[in-house]
Design a protein around this ligand. Structure first.
Ligand code: HEC
Length: 202
């Protein structure tokens, strides 16, 4: 069997394969002659450094306890289909309710993820609706419009996130559901503002 496969493979690809193998072997022997017995030392250093690095705390991972009275969901009614879209595509970065994946607990990956989440929360944190992104009706309306626009343009969720969380890739239909909701909420906010001018202003 091996012979047959070898024969088939060898027909077209023998030369490049052989070159590749030779290159790999050459690199191997250069590395070996350079490292000699030192590979054990280098391996040990990498392993130790990799473990020590895990002890460095991840900035921003632990946020204050959940405060539902400040969150967007408490202030804007969110039907289930809208919540589904929001939960799978935005929640991990733009709320305090981030679910960290296992690789998100291993440095240096954890630092990169925490960096994104911190930047995301600084821009828009839906868990801090009354204190940040929805603090005034005008701010709430702008946040809703930006959320829909970023979804439509495909800027959000971030590409890297979509890669690791395939379920966060939104269909045109899902984006439509979310955007329709932002428009309804915007209308409601404008009406509420007309009814009681000054409401929600700090
Ligand atoms: C992987 C993390 C991540 C996910 C998931 C994510 N975002 Fe973001 N978002 C960011 C980061 C980081 C920023 C700030 C930097 C920037 O604007 O690129 C940001 C910024 C924003 C902004 C402000 C940008 C502006 O135009 O001012 C909005 C609005 C936003 N995101 C909406 C969303 C929505 C809606 C979703 C869900 C569909 C989402 N994001 C999912 C990371 C994320």
């Amino acid at each position: 069997m091996k012979k047959i496969l070898g024969g088939v493979k060898g027909r077209g690809a023998a030369a490049p394969d052989g070159e590749k193998q030779a290159a790999i072997l050459a690199t191997g022997s250069v590395l070996r002659s350079f490292l000699g017995e030192r590979w054990k030392m280098f391996g040990g250093i990498f392993l130790t450094a990799g473990l020590i690095v895990q002890l460095i705390p991840v900035p921003g991972e632990n946020v204050s306890a959940a405060a539902p009275e400040r969150s967007m969901e408490t202030h804007l009614p969110m039907p289930e289909p809208v919540k589904t879209v929001f939960d799978k595509a935005c929640r991990d970065c733009h709320t305090n309710g981030t679910v960290w994946p296992w690789y998100g607990r291993v440095a240096p990956m954890s630092w990169m993820l925490a960096h994104d989440v911190n930047r995301a929360r600084a821009a828009v944190n839906f868990s801090e609706w009354t204190t940040q992104s929805g603090r005034t009706p005008a701010k709430a309306i702008a946040t809703l419009a930006a959320a829909c626009a970023n979804m439509q343009s495909g800027r959000m969720p971030l590409k890297g996130y979509q890669l690791m969380h395939p379920e966060s890739r939104l269909s045109a239909n899902e984006i439509g559901i979310f955007c329709e909701w932002t428009k309804e909420q915007t209308k409601a906010l404008i009406l509420a503002k007309r009814r009681s001018p000054g409401a929600g202003q700090p």
